[in-house]
Every structure is written in structure tokens, then in C-alpha cells.
Ligand binder design. Structure first.
Ligand code: NAD
Length: 505
């Protein structure tokens, strides 16, 4: 079946392939909600076929359009791993069921997952991590945590530079509006699912401006949901608590990178990374996928667990209003677990009766459609469609004034004193050198000999000579003088105050 699919898609230059029911053991109804489907890489085709077979047998009313994403599309020269026909289909259907895609290393190629999330504005990534004890082994049988991960910003903005021989940088971008909408989504999700508490995880004791903004917006949004408990934990403490006492948590909201790590930990603590699906939600569309990757080591072996993608598909059915079918599928899946049927990743399941492959697991679920679990609770989360207006928390334009500039310099010397002396001897155009740091550690004035200095120096120039503010022409003059003196500056950050509050660390 998969070979047939690959041959068919290879034959056509276009990447949209209409669903051909003959490739599946079941028949997806031709009338129904149009969705875009991608089989992805690695174990993707196996788990997608299994998932679609179950949806079809359950009576889902879907009109799938298959698009190619990932390795084959990269090979055709599309650096984002998705071609123009794929984008056209996504814009038309606005609902994407996606199998995992391998992310190539380097070479200017971009992650399909990150690109689609950002391009379609799918800002909230909802990841329910639930324990299915005693049918899946876990030390935390009461665990039922939903991680809402910010999906577009943070270190995933993908803005990286090599600046010197020794140093590369990755920009961490956090916006007030981006934070507000994902935090608001977490509270709306909690409300829609009768959850009691939302916990925000950041590292704002260190990143006081960026994570500090996320935390501050969390506190502001929380005030508008007085019936839901709101708390903030430092992320390292929060993850340690999650690993040892996950029952403590209810809904977690976090910036992108922490959310990614937290949800993988939560999935593993709940039982297996193969058991968690996710919904990526925005105002203009939604994408549903497993949280795991393409698992290349087990690709083609027919052993992968299709449950993560299946549970993502269940959230998709809820999202497009096919609630009954969603519940039917989830009940049958829970009953399959209760009957001790499991794939290799859940092999230490205490009550296992049969270890099966991907296809057999799908067939077991199909055989149980119409059955209900005896003990496990079928609680497919409701994934709200964001139709609420945004809050007006964007502050009015602040009075912004330039008070200095951080000039980052590539310099091979090893004495900050010499660099400081060189800079001080130049005409700095109304600025005065106030500080030099290397990797964020102050090395001038009064640095410590023990501090490791690289070839990457931040030289802070503040306005001097009785001026209150500086302007761009003054900065131009400073840079021009540095260039004349062969100072290799590689980056500039303007230091501004916002309503007299410093906007820099
Ligand atoms: P992975 O999630 O693919 O695998 C981690 C471990 O979990 C492996 O041992 C794997 O065998 C196992 N595993 C994962 N899914 C499973 C399943 N359904 N059933 C049984 N076992 C399963 O993570 P990785 O190895 O770090 O990444 C592999 C590739 O996937 C990389 O190219 C990565 O960039 C990509 N990736 C894609 C997505 C996505 O498409 N959303 C997410 C994460 C990683």
C-alpha cells in the first residue's frame, strides 16, 4: 500500500494527491470536511495509514488531500520541505493532519514543522499527556497534564549568526502580543475543559526582560480568569516537579523551547512518547500531529505505535465538529489498551496480552469500534477555536529614547584593558565607553583575571557630555570612527529607555 502511494506521488510533479481509497483497507467517505494529509518521513507513512484506516472505519466524514512534505520535497529544492501545491492545499482546507517529518541538519534547510506553524500562525501547541494506568506502565497513575506550548517565537525564531571564529548566537525573541495570545489560549482551554489551574514556566530569574515579559503577561491575563488558579514556577524547578510529582500539574503554559522539553518529559512520565498527540491552533487554521519525530531507527519495521497520531486525529475530529466519531475512536482505542494489546514501546505494560505491530494495533482498534472502556475515562480534550477578540494589553507607544549603544566586536587580543584603551583613544562621537563584557561577563572595568575571554566582546557606549539622548547620526559617526580604526564590529544593539525605564540588561 505504501509503495503504491509512493509510486503514485512520484509520478506527478504536483505535490497534491487526491486521496485514493484503494490504497487503504477502509474507505474514507468522499463527502465530508476537506483536510490536508501528509505522510511524512520515517515511521510517518506507517502510522498515517493506520490512523486513516481507523478514522475511515469509524465513519469519519473527511475529504483528504494528500501532499508531500519532507525529504522528497527538500530533494526537489524546496528549502522549507513543502512545495507551492502543499501551501495551496493548506490554505484551502485550513486543517492539516501531519505525520512526523525528519528535519535535515544544516544546509540552509528549514524544519517543515516549524515553518508550517509559523507561516499559518498556529501559535498554541496543545499536548495532553495522560497516564493510562494500569494498562500502560507509569509511576504516576493519576497524571493528566496538558502542556500548552508557545509555537512561533523564542529561540525557534531561527535567527542565528556566526559572529566570530569562536562564537555563534541565536536570538531569543518574546513579544507581548505573542505571549498574550498563547497564555490566553491556555486559560480558554482550561475553562473549556473544566480545568482548575494554569502553571506558567519561565526562567525569568535569569532572563529578566524576555522571560520576564512572558511572566508579566501571564499575571495580567490570569487576572481576567478569576475562577482558575494561576501560578508561576521557575522552569527547572517545574520540570523536576513534573518528573517526580506530575499529579501536581493541570494545565502548563510555557515559551516555545521550555514547552517542547516539558511536553516530552511529561509524555515519557505518562507512559510513552508514542502515546501523545498534539493540536497546533491559530486563528487561521490548525495542524494535528504526534509529538514524537520520524523515529528513523524503527522506520519500515511495522512496529511503531500509531497512538500519538491517532489521538491528534481525535482532536482534529473534535475541532471540525465530528464529536461523536471522535469519542467513538477514543473509546475503541482505550478499550484496546484495556484488552492488553500494545506496541513495542509500551512493552513493559503490566497487563499486556499481545504485543502487536502498527497494522495489527490499528485492526485491534477497528475491531473495538462501538465498544467502550471498562475502567479508563474517555475524555477527549476540547480544543477551542480561538474566536475571541484579543485583549487590548498592548501598551500605548512608549516614549523611547536612545541613551547608548552596545557594539559587539570581533577581537583576538586577550586583555580587555588593551581593548578599552584602544577604544577610549578614538573619537567616540559623544559616547563614552562604560563597560566591556565577554559572553555576558563584565571584564572591564574591574574584571577578574579568572574570567574566560573569547574573541567576542560587547563594548557598551553610553551618551556623555551632558546630553540626555543620542540619535542615529551619532551612532553612525561612532561606527564610522570604529571602522576607520579597523575595529571589526559584528553587531549593534541600540540601548533605549521606554518611558524612562531601561530596555536593556
Ligand atoms: P523521535 O521522536 O523520532 O524518537 C525518539 C525515540 O522515541 C526513539 O527511540 C524512537 O524510536 C521512539 N519513538 C518515537 N515515536 C515512536 C512511536 N510512534 N512508536 C514507537 N517508538 C517511537 O525523536 P528523534 O530521534 O530525536 O528525531 C527523529 C527525527 O524526527 C529528526 O529528524 C527530528 O528533527 C524529527 N522530529 C520531527 C517532529 C515532527 O515532525 N513534529 C518532532 C520531533 C522530531
Amino acid at each position: 500500500m505504501l509503495t503504491a502511494l509512493r509510486e503514485r506521488t512520484n509520478e506527478r510533479p504536483a505535490s497534491i494527491v487526491d486521496w485514493d481509497a484503494s490504497t487503504s483497507t477502509q474507505t474514507i467517505r468522499s463527502e465530508g470536511t476537506p483536510i490536508t494529509v501528509a505522510y511524512g518521513d520515517g515511521i510517518g507513512p506507517e502510522i498515517m495509514s493506520a490512523t486513516l484506516d481507523i478514522l475511515s472505519a469509524a465513519g469519519a466524514k473527511l475529504k483528504p488531500q494528500t501532499i508531500e512534505v519532507g525529504e522528497k520535497v527538500y530533494d526537489r529544492g524546496f528549502v522549507s520541505g513543502i512545495g507551492p501545491d502543499g501551501w495551496r492545499s493548506l490554505r484551502n482546507t485550513k486543517v492539516f493532519l501531519k505525520a512526523p517529518v525528519s528535519t535535515p541538519q544544516g544546509g540552509g534547510l528549514k524544519s517543515v514543522n516549524v515553518t508550517v506553524r509559523k507561516a499559518l500562525g498556529l501559535y498554541a501547541n496543545v499536548r495532553p499527556c495522560v497516564a493510562y494506568a494500569p494498562h500502560v506502565s507509569t509511576r504516576s497513575p493519576g497524571m493528566n497534564v496538558v502542556v500548552v506550548r508557545e509555537n512561533e517565537e523564542d529561540l525557534y525564531a531561527g535567527i542565528e549568526h556566526r559572529q566570530t571564529d569562536d562564537v555563534v548566537q541565536c536570538l531569543k525573541l518574546i513579544s507581548r502580543r505573542g505571549s498574550e495570545r498563547v497564555i490566553r489560549y491556555a486559560f480558554e482551554f482550561a475553562q473549556a475543559n473544566e480545568r482548575e489551574k494554569v502553571t506558567c514556566l519561565t526562567k525569568d530569574n535569569i532572563m529578566k526582560l524576555s522571560d520576564g515579559l512572558f511572566h508579566r503577561v501571564f499575571d495580567e491575563v490570569a487576572q481576567t480568569y478569576p475562577d482558575i488558579l494561576a501560578e508561576h514556577l521557575i522552569v527547572d524547578h517545574g520540570i523536576a516537579k513534573l518528573a517526580t510529582n506530575p499529579e501536581y500539574f493541570d494545565v502548563i503554559v510555557a515559551p516555545n523551547l521550555y514547552g517542547d522539553i516539558v511536553s516530552d518529559v511529561a509524555a515519557q512520565v505518562a507512559g510513552s512518547i508514542g502515546l501523545v498527540g498534539s493540536a497546533n491552533i491559530g486563528h487561521h487554521g490548525a495542524m494535528f500531529e504526534a509529538i514524537h519525530g520520524s523515529a528513523p531507527a524503527i522506520a519500515g519495521k511495522g512496529t511503531a505505535n500509531p497512538s500519538g497520531l491517532l489521538l491528534a486525529a481525535v482532536m482534529m475530529l473534535q475541532h471540525i465538529g465530528q464529536h461523536e466519531i471522535a469519542e467513538r475512536v477514543q473509546r475503541a482505542w482505550l478499550r484496546t489498551l484495556e484488552d492488553g494489546i500494545n506496541t513495542a514501546d509500551c512493552d513493559d505494560q503490566p497487563r499486556a496480552t499481545a504485543r502487536v505491530g502498527t497494522k495489527e494495533f490499528a485492526q485491534a482498534v477497528i475491531d473495538r469500534l462501538g465498544s467502550s472502556p471498562r475502567h479508563l475515562h474517555a475524555n477527549t480534550p476540547r480544543v477551542p477555536v480561538p474566536d475571541w477578540p484579543m485583549m487590548e494589553t498592548v501598551e500605548p507607544s512608549a516614549n523611547k529614547e536612545i541613551v547608548g549603544v552596545d557594539v559587539f566586536v570581533d577581537w583576538r587580543g586577550n586583555s580587555p584593558e588593551i581593548l578599552a584603551q584602544t577604544l577610549q583613544e578614538l573619537d567616540t562621537n559623544g559616547f563614552a565607553l562604560s563597560m566591556i563584557t565577554s559572553r555576558g561577563v563584565k571584564v572591564w572595568p574591574n574584571g577578574l583575571a579568572e574570567s574566560l575571554c573569547t574573541d567576542h566582546w560587547r563594548c557598551r557606549f553610553m551618551i556623555a557630555g551632558g546630553q540626555d539622548t543620542a540619535n542615529h547620526e551619532q551612532i553612525n559617526g561612532l561606527l564610522s570612527n570604529l571602522a576607520t580604526a579597523h575595529i571589526d564590529f559584528i553587531k549593534l544593539e541600540t540601548l533605549c529607555t521606554f518611558n524612562d525605564e531601561p530596555g536593556y540588561s
